[in-house]
Ligand binder design. Structure first.
Ligand SMILES: C[S@@+](CC[C@H](N)C(=O)[O-])C[C@H]1O[C@@H](n2cnc3c(N)ncnc32)[C@H](O)[C@@H]1O
Length: 210
């Protein structure tokens, strides 16, 4: 059977147990890891946040502890959206069915655009559309927070990492780790960067400032 090009379109049973699956494959470290990531984003009390591919809204619920500003989530999985709406209530949280590759009406409105484990699963022209949409959504001085695989040479990694990319991940993820993401982001107008590394530098939170 041909390998699926992308694995970020998650629905059905996998969507229902997405958070549990992440805990399991991370050796029960995911919860602590994601809490640290959200702290590293340095969210201020009035920040407005747009989450691209918000999934179960686990991250929105955590970000909600740091801001009273509006938090909007976009996703295209009905199962994810159903869980997210049930899980993360509050008048400052709104979750919409929306494809992040398509334009949307929220221009220059957000302090933060967050995209977590989503960008690697798109072909490059779609990645470019997503980056453009993020840039246009941000206020001047806003932050694009990309949590995803870091850039690295897969050949230099151990057998476990190689196996994850060969059998567990999609071919687009292997392409993504070779991209000079800061250079790409600069082409879209982002000016300065800040990085936080996790899991032996295999994962990176890259904060790009507009
Ligand atoms: C790997 S999950 C990550 C979920 C969440 N960001 C997290 O870190 O827990 C990828 C998410 O992106 C969503 N997604 C995939 N393609 C999308 C698209 N074109 N537009 C919006 N969401 C999409 C999936 O439905 C899924 O919820």
């Amino acid at each position: 059977m041909a390998k699926k090009l992308s694995k970020v379109e998650i629905d059905g049973i996998e969507a229902l147990f997405y958070d549990e699956i992440m805990q399991l494959i991370s050796g029960f470290t995911y919860q602590k890891f994601i809490e640290k990531v959200i702290r590293d984003m340095n969210i201020s009390i009035n920040d407005t946040i747009l989450d691209f591919g918000s999934g179960t809204a686990k991250n929105i619920c955590l970000m909600k502890n740091y801001t009273d500003g509006l938090i909007v989530g976009f996703d295209t999985s009905k199962n994810m959206i159903r869980q997210a709406k049930k899980r993360c209530k509050g008048k400052n949280v709104k979750i919409f069915y929306h494809d992040i590759r398509k334009p949307h009406p929220f221009k220059n409105q957000f302090d933060i655009v967050f995209v977590s484990f989503v960008l690697h699963g798109f072909i490059d022209s779609d990645r470019n559309r997503i980056i453009k949409n993020a840039y246009e959504s941000l206020k001047e001085g806003g932050k694009f927070c990309i949590l995803d695989y870091n850039e690295f040479d897969l050949e230099s990694k151990n057998i476990f990492v190689k196996a994850v990319f060969k059998y567990g991940e999609c071919p687009l993820a292997s392409e993504f780790i070779k991209i000079d993401l800061k250079r790409k982001l600069k082409d879209f107008g982002f000016k300065t960067f800040e990085e936080h590394l996790y899991y032996s530098s295999l994962v990176r939170l890259l904060i790009a400032n507009k």
